[in-house]
Ligand binder design. Structure first.
Ligand SMILES: Nc1nc2c(ncn2[C@@H]2O[C@H](COP(=O)(O)OP(=O)(O)OP(=O)(O)O)[C@@H](O)[C@H]2O)c(=O)[nH]1
Ligand SMILES: [Mg+2]
Length: 294
């Protein structure tokens, strides 16, 4: 797993690892070292608060004499401790489970829905994808194409205008383990669209006990730190339970995963590392920290 992840996030890894190692090689005095590492973490989209946590940990733990290996280990441990703050809680398949995927336009919701469907199907669960994007033309077709490709049924209604009504009907279907609801893209600044997400969640709660069991915010890693502002707006409305970070394969900004999870107090549950149905990984803080630094 480690190797696959390292390859998939190679752009982020190269930048992160090389920069830190170069700083450490120059073997500066403690304060100089700390200053340079701080700057490099900010530039790697780690975010201000998380950077301070890492820097404080280095400051506390190293003496005047230190080895590069020692500093790397401190950074790695601190990243793991930031990322494990909210444990991942996958309760798929225990009872009827409903998962919503939400996010801004083009963040990767539909692709992530299909990846997750494929992932759960491989784990022997009966999955249905619900086409609750009634807004964008061709959104239903896009999900149908995925359904065909991965062999997962899609619930759709071409004439429905209200996504909540589609979800209402979908959840009546019996003998399903997991419903995955692909919602339409919305600007996080548009209140009425955000309320629509809430409405879908309310319908889920009415239809299935404890639903939605997960509301995953899909964030495009390519926008780095800007993802935090977006996420905050979603957090206000929808009772998010976790994050699905998409497009980590194409970016050097993968350090943002640390800051996003830290700032929002939400676990990263899955990451997307490519355009194919198998390009999904369950997120592990330890693995991620290793992939950044080892
Ligand atoms: N490289 C890469 N591309 C991705 C990944 N996830 C999604 N994409 C691409 O991102 C683009 C947008 O993906 P969609 O799944 O359509 O995004 P969406 O959020 O459903 O978009 P709207 O429904 O229009 O809001 C597509 O071209 C996907 O192939 C990923 O993990 N890696
Ligand atoms: Mg979509």
């Amino acid at each position: 797993m480690d190797l696959i992840l390292k390859n998939k996030i190679s752009k982020t890894r190269e930048k992160f690892k090389n920069t830190i190692e170069n700083i450490l090689l120059k073997n500066k005095k403690k304060e100089e070292l700390i200053e340079e590492i701080e700057e490099s973490l900010i530039l790697a989209d780690v975010g201000w608060n998380s950077t301070q946590k890492i820097i404080n940990s280095i400051r506390e733990k190293i003496r005047v004499q230190f080895s590069p290996e020692e500093v790397k280990r401190i950074i790695e441990n601190e990243i793991v401790s930031i990322l494990t703050k909210s444990p991942i809680n996958l309760n798929f398949g225990k009872s009827k489970t409903v998962i919503m995927l939400v996010g801004v336009n083009g963040s990767g919701k539909t692709t992530c829905t299909a990846k997750l469907a494929n992932y759960l199907k491989k784990r022997k669960m009966k999955v249905i994808m619900v086409a609750a994007d009634t807004f964008r033309p061709a959104a239903i077709e896009q999900l149908l194409v995925w359904g065909e490709k991965i062999g997962v049924p899609v619930f759709k209604n071409y004439t429905a205008k209200d996504p909540a009504s589609v979800v209402f009907d979908a959840l009546k279907i019996k003998d399903v383990d997991v419903f995955l609801i692909d919602t339409g893209g919305r600007l996080h600044t548009k209140i009425n669209l955000m309320q629509e997400v809430e409405k879908i969640a309310r319908i889920c709660a009415r239809q299935v006990k404890g639903a939605p069991h997960d509301v995953l915010l899909v964030l495009d890693a390519g926008i780095g730190q800007n993802a935090i502002q977006q996420a905050r707006e979603f957090l206000k409305f929808t009772g998010l339970t976790g994050i699905f970070v998409s497009k980590l394969d194409g970016t050097a900004k993968g350090g943002c995963v640390i800051g996003i999870s830290d700032e929002l107090g939400l676990p990263v549950k899955f990451i997307g590392v490519g355009e194919g149905e198998d390009d999904i990984m369950e997120f592990s803080p330890e693995e991620y920290a290793r992939a950044l630094l080892r």
